[in-house]
Design a protein. Structure first.
Length: 75
């Protein structure tokens, strides 16, 4: 079994547990709308997600992880 990169919960052949994976999927899904509306880069978008007080804890953790890991998003 693999462990989530953020919370050490067990995963099924993924980088993240189910909770963090759902947050990741939501972040990726919403980026298209943000990019269209604001002409914002992936890294800028992740910073906004991480800083937003309305963002859930799992999404903040994922956004911060992606910023720190330098992961690129290809849309």
């Amino acid at each position: 079994m693999l462990k989530c990169k953020l919370c050490d919960k067990e995963t099924q052949n993924k980088d993240f547990c189910d909770f963090h994976n759902k947050a990741y999927d939501n972040i990726v899904e919403k980026y298209t709308s943000w990019k269209k509306a604001l002409s914002i880069s992936w890294k800028e978008y992740l910073s906004k997600v991480a800083e937003n007080p309305l963002t859930g804890e799992w999404a903040k953790q994922v956004a911060e992880h992606l910023i720190n890991s330098g992961e690129k998003h290809h849309v």
